[in-house]
Structure formats: C-alpha cells, structure tokens
Design a protein around this ligand. Structure first.
Ligand SMILES: NC(=O)c1ccc[n+]([C@@H]2O[C@H](COP(=O)([O-])OP(=O)(O)OC[C@H]3O[C@@H](n4cnc5c(N)ncnc54)[C@H](OP(=O)(O)O)[C@@H]3O)[C@@H](O)[C@H]2O)c1
Length: 326
C-alpha cells in the first residue's frame, strides 16, 4: 500500500512517499480503507521531533512511528475474530494518536474500541476533520464543568481546527463569544458565528480590560497571572496547547491561584476518541460542520504539513486518500 514514510526527524520535505505491506488486523482490530485524513499539530511535531517531549515518547534520535497521521475517515474492509460492534463495509472515523498513528496511508489497523460510526450526513472529507480538533474543543469546553448558556467566552487561536469547531458547539447556548486569531482569518470567524473578533497581531486581548467566564486557548503564550487577570470571578481558563514553558507554569501555579482566587486555570489532557459519539450526534443534528481547507491530493502531504506548521491554513487541512472519495 502507499504510505507517507517518516525515516528521520527533520522538516516535512524529508518525508517520503513509499510502498509498505498492507497491515493485517489482530483479533480485536478492524482494517480500515482510509478515504480521507486531516493534518494536526501532532504531525507537525512528530515529523520534526519537536517539542523534545515527542522524542521522549517516540524515539530520541530516530522516530519509532513509521507513518504519521492522526485523524481518518474510511470504510472497514476486514475485522479480527473478536470484533463484534462493527461489520465489513461500515463507514467509520477516529483519532489514531493513542494507537500508533498511521493515518497517511491507504490502510490502517485500529482497535475496535477506538472507532465510531461516521456521521451519516458528513462526507469522508468532512468527517476526517473532526475527531482530534473536535474532541479538544468539546473536552476543553466541558473540562471540570458543564457548559452554561449566556456566558462570555474568549477563544484564543480561534480560526484553527479547535476554534472553528468550538464556536459551533457554543452557538446553541447563546454564549457571547470573542475569537482571537490573525487578521486574514477574521472574516471566516465572523461567518462561523463569533460575536467579536480580535487580530492578535494588532491587539493584545489581555490588555483590553475585558473579563470572561471562560477562556479556551489553543495557543498559550502568556503567564498564568495574565490569564487569571482576564477572568471574571469564578471564571475558568482551559488550555489545550501552546508554549511548553507556559503550560508548565499553568500546571504548577494554576492550582495555587485557584485556591486563592476561586478562578480555575488548567491544562486539558486530551482523551482521544472519548465523546466521539457525542460529536457524531452534533454533526447529525447539523450543529457541527467542519471548516475544511482542501481536500488536497495524497502526494502533497509533506508540503501540507509545512503549510499547517506555518499557520497558513483556515480550519482543518484535509487530504483525500482514496481517489473516488468525497
Ligand atoms: N491537550 C492535548 O492533549 C493536546 C493534544 C494534541 C494537540 N494539542 C494542542 O492543541 C492545539 C491544537 O489547536 P488547533 O488544531 O486549533 O491548531 P491550529 O489549527 O494550528 O490553530 C491555531 C490557530 O492559532 C493561531 N495563532 C497563532 N499564533 C497565535 C497567537 N499568538 N494568538 C492567537 N492565535 C494565534 C493560528 O493562526 P496563525 O498561525 O495564522 O497566526 C491558528 O489559526 C495545539 O496547540 C496542539 O499542540 C493538545
């Protein structure tokens, strides 16, 4: 089968398009014919071996992961003997980050407990954009508390994968939502439903004097104290990612600040695929529709990872892996 091969850490142009044997499912796995995949921060990190924690997890000098790729949508082509919730021909989608990656290939084997039925109203190109960013958004919004209606919310990094899905989950709750991202994404963000948009290159949202019930951050790059200042009394700040130093600061100091101020500041550790059925229901109700950049052809994956890393994308970068796929 055709696959994108990661042989050494480096810039994405070092990835190779090659041939590897088609995998065979173990007893509890399904073999998925991948129709579409999307690009995530994991891919950008895994390919370069940066941040360093990636090397601690996946090989100090040489990557142990041979094929990157996190989010997929496809069709079950074979199933192991112990698989009982899915059948051959089922259309499924999932996040592979906890089961060895491998989404940039024609086939992958996945434990059945990691996959969910693809929402019937989404094409593979749309479904592949959902699992990772959608669950970062959902788990971030409900982290340690349920969502409430009518809150003042700010999303930082609002025009990327997480922000473009989080706003759609918030709209039915009549929340007042401000989105922060670069100027060229602001029109797209308004069309998704952001009430207010801020260009981070011209305005520092932490200096506007506004206070929020919730800040969801995909780009943490300020101190824990600065974020705490931007929260209302009992407000909460949840980050899904950003500068490692800043994230450590939030883990170390956030809980102490919480004790003295009542404001909650925390880092979300994603639980891959947990809540995927909830995302499917939101998609099937028409509440959630991924914003797609693409679909692009398979052979462009190396350039697309670079494009993603440079932050030029809007929403999720999607790759069409099976030619006839929609
Ligand atoms: N918590 C976990 O367990 C876990 C697991 C996996 C991944 N993650 C993290 O989750 C995040 C994924 O977010 P995503 O998929 O939405 O990423 P994304 O698609 O890259 O979106 C991030 C957005 O932030 C914008 N941005 C860049 N610098 C900014 C700044 N200083 N202020 C405000 N916005 C800025 C980018 O735009 P421009 O570049 O055009 O400026 C981009 O639109 C990543 O941080 C990743 O590391 C977390």
């Amino acid at each position: 089968m055709k696959a994108i091969l990661l042989k050494e850490y480096g810039l994405p142009h070092k990835l190779e398009v090659g041939e590897v044997p088609k995998p065979v499912p173990k007893d509890e796995e399904v073999l998925v014919r991948i129709h579409s995949a999307s690009i995530n921060d994991w891919d950008w990190g895994l390919v370069r071996g940066n941040p360093f924690i990636i090397r601690l997890l996946y090989g100090l000098r040489t990557p142990k992961i041979r094929i990157p790729g996190v989010d997929i949508s496809g069709t079950i082509e074979a199933a192991g003997e112990e698989v009982n919730s899915f059948s051959i021909g089922d259309e499924i989608y999932c996040d592979l980050s906890e089961c060895g990656f491998g989404g940039f290939a024609e086939y992958v084997c996945v434990p059945e407990n990691m996959v969910s039925k693809k929402p019937g109203n989404l094409r593979h190109n749309e479904a592949a954009a959902l699992p990772h960013a959608g669950l970062l958004a959902l788990q971030g919004l409900i982290h340690k508390r349920e969502m409430k209606s009518g809150e003042r919310i700010l999303i930082n990094g609002a025009g990327g994968g997480v922000g473009s899905l989080a706003i759609q989950m918030l709209k039915p709750l009549q929340a007042e939502v401000t989105g922060v991202d670069s100027g060229e994404k602001l029109e797209m963000m308004k069309s998704l439903g952001y009430d207010y948009v801020i260009d981070y290159k011209t305005t520092d949202f932490t200096e506007t004097g506004e206070r929020y019930d919730l800040i969801l951050d995909a780009k943490t790059n300020r101190s824990v104290f600065t974020y705490a200042r931007c929260l209302k009394k009992k407000g909460r700040y949840v980050t899904v990612g950003g500068s490692m130093t800043r994230l450590f600061g939030i883990v170390l100091v956030g809980w102490i600040l919480s004790l003295f101020t009542g404001k909650k500041l925390s880092v979300l550790a994603l639980k891959p695929n947990k809540g995927l059925d909830q995302l499917s229901r939101l998609a099937e109700k028409g509440i959630l529709k991924p914003v797609i950049d693409g679909p692009y052809p398979f052979d462009q994956i190396p350039e697309l990872i670079q494009y993603f890393g440079e932050g030029k994308h809007k929403g999720k970068v999607v790759v069409k892996i099976k030619d006839s796929s929609m």
